[in-house]
Design a protein around this ligand. Structure first.
Ligand code: NDP
Length: 326
C-alpha cells in the first residue's frame, strides 16, 4: 500500500526531505504494520539526514512513532491487530503515516499514555532510563551534570535523577531554558557560555560530579573531562555540536582514573526482555508522575523539516512531536 511520508535521496539540510507517496509493504514473517498516530522527532534524525550516521540512499527517515497495529506477518506473537504500541529502535522510516517494523521492536502502551506522549518519550525516556539505571546504576546522594538540561532527553534525565535522590546540575544556553531545567528538577543550572568546569567544581566543593551526561559532543567534551570527580564517569552519549574528539587513554588517568564511555540505547534494548523491562520502568515512572512528559512543540507530520530546523537551531525545549490527522 501507499501512504504519505518522507524519502531522502541525498544528505544535506532539512531541504532534502522529500514529502510524497511512500510504499509500505505487507508485513513479512515476524513483522508488523503500524498505523501511526504520532511520530517522535529526535536529534538522531538530523545525524542520519546529514550523513553523520550511515544509511542507504535513497532511504527513509525517523526512528520513533506510536500508533495502532494494523496488520501482522506470519509468526508474530508479540502483539495483536488493534493493539496500541510505540517503537524507537526499528529500521528507519517512522516519518510516514505507517511503517513496517519487526514485532520484537514494539512496546505495548499502557492506556494512561497517549500516542503523543508515547512519541515524545519512547526513545528519549528509554535513553534516560538506560543511562541512569543500566549503564552505571546511580546511587542516592551522587552528583550528576546534565548538558542540554531543558531538551528532550535532558528534562527526563533531570526529573528522574531528582526523583532518585541525585543532585542534578544542569547546563543550558539561555536563562529561559535555565528556568525550565530548574522546574525539571535541577538543583543548579550553569549557563553554557560560562566556565562550566569552574562552576561545577565550585558547586561540588572541588570534588566534581560522579557522572557527566554529555549530549553536546565536540563543543563541550574538554570541559566535561574537567567536571568529573576522581573515579567518576564521562558518559558521552550524543553529538549535537558534532562528534567528540579522539582522546589518549592516559588523559583518563590524569583526570583522576575516570571512565569514558560512548553508549547507544540500541545496545541496551537489543534483547526483547530488556526492552520490555526498561519500557515498563519508563511507563511506570510516567504513570507515577516521576517523569512528566514535556511536549514543548508539535508540528503536522508534513512539516518535519521545520521541526528539525527548530531542534537544530536550539529553539526547542522538551520533546518535539509530529502529529497526524485522524
Ligand atoms: P535535545 O532536545 O536535547 O536538543 C539538543 C540540545 O542540545 C539543544 O536544545 C541545545 O540545548 C543543545 N546543544 C548544544 N550545542 C548545540 C549545537 N551546536 N547545536 C544544536 N544543539 C546544541 O535533543 P534530543 O533530546 O533529541 O537528543 C539529545 C541528545 O541525546 C542528542 O545528542 C542525541 O544524539 C542524544 N541521544 C543519544 C542516544 C544514545 O543512545 N546514545 C539516544 C537518544 C538521544 P542548549 O541550547 O540548552 O545548549
Amino acid at each position: 500500500m501507499s501512504v504519505q511520508g518522507f524519502t531522502l535521496n541525498e544528505h544535506g539540510t532539512s531541504q532534502v526531505l522529500c514529502w510524497g507517496d511512500v510504499t509500505v509493504p505487507a508485513p513479512g514473517p515476524g513483522e508488523v504494520r503500524v498505523q501511526h498516530r504520532a511520530v517522535g522527532v529526535n536529534f538522531i534524525d538530523i545525524y542520519f539526514r546529514q550523513g553523520l550516521y550511515p544509511m542507504d540512499l535513497p532511504g527513509r527517515l525517523g526512528l520513533e512513532a506510536a500508533g495502532v497495529v494494523e496488520a501482522v506477518g506470519e509468526g508474530v506473537t508479540e502483539v495483536k491487530i488493534g493493539q496500541r504500541v510505540s517503537y524507537c529502535m526499528s529500521p528507519l522510516g517512522a516519518y510516514a503515516e505507517a511503517h513496517v517494523v519487526p514485532a520484537r521492536c514494539l512496546v505495548p502502551l499502557p492506556d494512561a499514555v497517549s500516542f503523543e506522549q508515547a512519541a515524545a518519550i519512547t526513545l528519549k525516556g528509554l535513553t534516560a532510563a538506560f543511562l541512569l539505571q543500566s549503564l552505571r546504576p546511580m546511587q542516592k546522594g551522587e552528583d550528576i551534570l546534565v548538558f542540554a538540561a531543558a531538551g528532550g532527553v535532558g528534562q527526563i534525565l533531570c526529573q528522574w535523577g531528582n526523583h532518585l535522590g541525585l543532585r542534578v546540575i544542569g547546563v543550558t544556553s539561555s536563562e529561559l531554558k535555565q528556568q525550565q531545567a530548574l522546574a525539571a528538577g535541577c538543583t543548579d543550572v550553569v549557563l553554557a557560555k560560562d566556565d562550566i568546569a569552574q562552576q561545577v567544581r565550585q558547586l561540588t566543593q572541588g570534588k566534581g560530579v560522579e557522572v557527566v551526561y554529555d549530549s553536546v559532543g565536540a563543543d563541550t567534551f574538554e570541559q566535561s573531562l574537567d567536571c568529573v570527580a576522581r573515579r567518576g564517569w564521562l558518559v558521552s552519549y550524543g553529538n549535537a555540536s558534532g562528534p567528540a574528539p579522539a582522546i589518549a587513554p592516559l588523559t583518563l588517568l590524569q583526570k583522576g582514573s575516570i571512565v569514558l564511555t560512548r553508549p547507544s540505547l540500541a545496545d541496551f534494548v537489543a534483547d526483547r526482555d530488556e526492552l520490555l523491562e526498561l519500557s515498563r520502568t519508563l511507563f511506570t515512572a510516567v504513570e507515577q508522575g516521576v517523569v512528566k512528559v514535556q511536549i514543548g512543540q508539535t508540528y503536522p507530520l508534513r512539516e518535519a523539516a521545520a521541526a528539525q530546523d527548530a531542534l537544530q537551531a536550539r529553539k526547542t525545549t522538551g520533546s518535539t512531536v509530529l502529529t497526524l490527522e485522524e
